[in-house]
Design a protein around this ligand. Structure first.
Ligand code: GAL
Length: 942
């Protein structure tokens, strides 16, 4: 487009935009991903020191944030990346860093992102949403600070409508993340590690998390009370209707209702209605029937907004004598607590990897998950609903002061429709729990939860103070016990009407695939005989709960290993040993022990250890069988070497003198064989094997699959003791986003193309490319071994709606305008020191009416990005009315000699990063004059 054509286009779009702003109907919402195309800088960027009156005055104004928050900051050297992003997992291990956070540097980082908005967005309500940023963060839009947040776990929804520019102008988002601030004693990662969105709605719209629809059973009948919070950033009041339909799992409408709502401009209102529903399909753990509640907001102009939330029909209650009931059936909580990091990816865990993690837990027999000690990502709650897992939903900070109460409010509003959520937890292990202060704080937080959700009980995970005169159990519905099995009976006796549950137990150590403890090398065996001092073995902790019907259930610490807190060791151990699975979600023996405890509808049978004990011939090897069968027979090469009844909690162990061969466990009931598990002595590792968890990936740049790497001998027998280096190569529509092997002592990189097998296994996580399609080939090689190839089919899918990243756009703004002068002014003319009033302030279009005195000076200071400071950049005046002289840092750059309105384009020589521009404009008698069009710095041709 030529300059003039470009200008005409802009003028036309501006006119359309004004029309749109006047009539302001902007249809239904768009939820657009902002994940792609960020710029990242690791380390802080100190803003320039503010000195002198001019800078002090200027930097105190809206839009004038300095340093890396400034709109014209030079980020040309920054790394380009897509979110979610955790920078800690990219870093090295360092003994000098915090053990609790996994011995990796945290530090400070900056992110920037550019975006353009069509003029048709003017008048809509535009919200910037961050699902989480670790840890202490500040967000600027166009140089205006719009959010400060002190938690790495809560989302925030920021109305950025008033700060935005439309059309050619580019908007700048800048985020400073301080991860030296820590909230936990576990690995927390750092950065914008969950998704980021731009949500565009009509000015009159349904508030974010504004639909509350949680079914309630009334006798034989169900009602669905629905509240819909409507907000408006419109200029006038509106009358609208909210129509709500309930869709059954097949998508059929089964109930509907409507309610009027009147909302003032820049105000909020709530529409309320109740649907009645007969005989809904229940949400159960086996058949988690999900309903959708569709809320449509309309007025005379049409549909303004619509939101669909997922919900389910189920009842829950905690009984003081009989524990938890789901749909009036008693259900022992077979729970685990987990943190949120995974091998290779840190806390930036793709949804599909979460699904894999939760499926692994479900396979273990887990029916409840406690997301410790913070809110999980929204999509994880959706998955729990879909998979049929119960959730104990935990708040991070125990603090009822306004900032933190806001975090609790956000959590409950976001999660209160999920059928999976059965219990709110306001804290974990707070020293104030047994004091009056703790009680008063808890009371306020519980009251806030109850205001937002009257259907679910509240707990707090307490590790002491249960019997204090004033304590937090008096403020919550369900008393939560962390590691105090001795107190179950005493508390129940003293408080026979208060339900109780273990909120955390076990804390026992295990190294996956290891069957000899070797403390010197930080290895702990897998026979479940390594409890922490404050915890118990998996079996002992479960026994105390299983034998007491009044204890609602267990939350084993933990379902999966996590980085940090490498108890009982320190450096070089960098990850925990507590998991029933390792960091890759590969099962340890605790997985099968609990599976045998918890799974009732199929045979569970697992025999350990492996059978590669060269050098121990004739010596006894401890053999353990986890099973839900009542009796087990052991065969070595077909000959009986042991037979015993199985204790359903302790399982069964044998001593078997080692001889190479094939060891088999035969599960028996009444003498009848139920099934077998086998381990076999293998030869040396000869060939690698790659096993993708799924053969197909969606080509959306999000879908990811874990691929298991293992080794077999020349006869194809698994080599459980292989610890070999493996290299990976990938071709096609995807990439490797992380590698791991579950060794808590490993310092190998999570990123890159190499990882050793640890006790026979490693994991590669492969993610599709956006708009990807076709075959993806992953190859694994190791010196002296036969390599392996896995083919994954990347299926083309529609690209998820997204806001493309714009290129930085240097528009010169912040102009000062001298009073009109009779004579040609000095080209270096500037406002005198401290004078903020004689010269005017403005942005193009700056058009002066016919002037009595012909001369004016327009002055601005601007930053020149390194990629525009190469002598090729062009300083473009889209339109100047009158004659003009352009001076940069007191050197004349060029003239506009024709007084008629028109553009002026000048080459900008290389020079300082910060320049000052003086434009002298001379008007024609009787004609308007000034900088009528934008002034921009364009990159020159390369
Ligand atoms: C608990 C705590 C957990 C974890 C665990 C380790 O006291 O709640 O976060 O630290 O101990 O055993």
């Amino acid at each position: 487009m030529t300059m003039r054509a470009n200008f005409r286009f802009l003028a036309a779009t501006a006119a359309l935009a004004l029309l749109a702003a006047g009539s302001a109907w902007a249809g239904t919402r768009e939820r657009l991903s902002l994940d792609a195309g960020w710029l990242f800088h690791l380390g802080d960027v100190a803003p320039p020191a503010v000195k002198g009156h001019g800078m002090s005055y200027g930097s105190a104004k809206a839009g004038s944030a300095g340093g890396a928050a400034a709109t014209d900051y030079d980020d040309s050297g920054w790394r380009r990346l897509d979110l979610p992003h955790d920078w800690v997992v990219e870093g090295p291990f360092d003994a000098g860093e915090n053990a609790s956070q996994g011995y990796r540097p945290r530090g400070i980082g900056w992110y920037r992102r550019y975006l353009q908005l069509p003029p048709s967005d003017r008048g809509r309500h535009i919200e910037l949403q961050f699902d989480a940023i670790a840890t202490l963060s500040q967000v600027w839009v166009n140089g205006i600070v719009v959010n400060r947040n002190w938690s790495g776990y809560n989302g925030r929804n920021i109305d950025i409508t008033p700060y935005l520019r439309y059309g050619e102008d580019v908007n700048t988002i800048a985020v400073r993340v301080d991860a030296d601030a820590q909230e936990g004693w576990w690995y927390e990662g750092a950065g914008i590690y969950r998704h980021t969105w731009l949500v565009k709605r009509d000015a009159v719209h349904i508030a974010t998390d504004g639909v509350h629809a949680d079914p309630v059973r009334k006798g034989e009948h169900w009602v669905l009370p629905v509240t819909v919070d409507v907000e408006s950033s419109a200029k006038a009041a509106h009358d609208a209707q909210v129509e709500v339909s309930l869709l059954d799992p097949a998508g059929r409408e089964v109930a509907k209702g409507r309610a009027p709502v009147h909302v003032g401009g820049l105000d909020a209102a709530t529409a309320r209605l109740e649907l009645s529903v007969s005989k809904p399909a229940l949400w159960t753990l086996q058949h988690p029937a999900l309903y959708h509640v569709r809320s449509v907001l309309r007025d005379g102009r049409g549909e303004l907004d619509r939101v669909e939330v997922q919900t389910g029909f189920r009842t829950l209650r905690f009984d003081a004598d009989r524990g938890f009931f789901l749909n009036e059936q008693p259900l022992k909580l077979q729970g685990v607590a987990i943190h949120q990091d995974h091998a290779g990816v840190g806390v930036a865990v793709p949804e599909s990897i979460w699904e894999f993690r939760l499926r692994q837990l479900k396979a273990m027999g887990v029916n409840a998950v406690r997301f410790a000690h913070n809110a999980a990502a929204a999509e994880v709650l959706d998955l729990a609903d879909r998979l049929g897992l119960l959730v104990m939903d935990e708040n991070r900070n125990f603090n009822p002061s306004p900032d933190y109460m806001q975090q609790l409010t956000w959590l409950v509003r976001r999660d209160r429709n999920h059928p999976s959520v059965i219990l709110w937890s306001i804290f974990n292990e707070e020293p104030l729990q047994g004091s009056e202060a703790g009680y008063e704080m808890a009371r306020r937080m519980v009251a806030q939860v109850k205001k937002l959700d009257a259907t679910r009980p509240v707990t707090a995970a307490m590790h002491d103070g249960l019997f204090g005169e004033v304590n937090v159990t008096q403020a919550v519905d369900v008393a939560g016990f962390n590691y105090q099995p001795w107190a179950y009976d005493r508390f129940h006796k003293l408080h026979p009407t208060q339900p109780l549950t273990s909120t955390e137990d076990t804390s026992a150590y295990m190294t996956r695939g290891a069957y000899d403890s070797d403390r010197e090398h930080h290895v702990l065996d897998s026979y479940d005989d390594e409890p922490s001092e404050w915890g118990a073995t998996h079996r002992k902790a479960w026994r105390a709960i299983a034998e007491r019907p009044f204890v609602a259930g267990s939350f084993v610490w933990t379902g999966l290993d996590y980085r940090g807190e490498p108890t009982p060791f320190e450096w070089p151990s960098a990850s925990s040993f507590f998991g029933a699975m390792d960091l890759c979600a590969f099962p340890k023996m605790a997985f099968w022990i609990h599976q045998a405890h918890w799974v009732k509808d199929r045979l569970v049978l697992k025999l350990v250890p492996h059978w590669n004990w060269t050098g121990r011939e004739g010596r006894p090897i401890r053999v353990m069988v986890a099973t839900n069968a009542p009796r087990v027979r052991l065969l070595l090469d077909g000959k009986p070497v042991g037979e015993a009844d199985v204790d359903p909690i302790d399982m069964v162990t044998f001593q078997v003198p080692y001889a190479p061969g094939r060891l088999e466990a035969v599960a028996l009931r009444d003498g009848k064989e139920l099934g077998r598990d086998t381990v076999e002595t293998s030869g040396a590792a000869a060939r690698l094997v790659l096993t993708p968890d799924r053969p197909v990936l969606a080509g959306d740049g999000l879908d990811a699959v874990p691929v298991t790497v293992s080794a077999v001998d020349a006869q194809g027998r698994p080599v459980a003791t292989a610890n070999l280096p493996v290299h990976f190569d990938i071709d096609g529509a995807g990439s490797i986003i992380g590698v791991g092997n579950g060794d808590p002592n490993s310092h190998e990189a999570d990123k890159g193309n190499d990882r050793s097998l640890f006790n026979g296994l490693a994991q590669v996580i492969v993610q599709s490319r956006r708009a990807g399609r076709g075959p993806l080939t992953l190859r694994a090689t190791s010196p002296g071994m036969q390599g392996a190839v896995a083919m994954i089919d990347v299926k083309a899918v529609a690209a998820p709606p997204a806001v493309p990243a714009a290129e930085p756009f240097t528009k010169i703004g912040g102009w000062r305008i001298a009073p009109a002068q009779a004579e040609r002014p000095d080209p270096g003319m500037a406002p005198s020191y401290g004078d903020m009033n004689t010269w005017g302030w403005g942005e193009p279009p700056m058009k002066q009416g016919p002037e009595t005195q012909p001369w004016r000076v327009y002055r601005a200071s601007f930053g020149v990005r390194a990629d525009r400071n190469d002598g090729r950049a062009r300083l473009v005046f889209r339109e100047i009315a009158g004659r003009a002289e352009v001076w940069v840092d007191d050197v004349k750059l060029g003239d506009k000699t024709d007084p008629a309105p028109g553009p002026l384009v000048l080459a900008l020589p290389k020079g300082a990063a910060q320049r000052t521009l003086n434009v002298l404009v001379q008007s024609q008698p009787g004609q308007p004059s000034g900088l009528v069009g934008r002034v921009v710095l364009e990159a020159g041709a390369r």
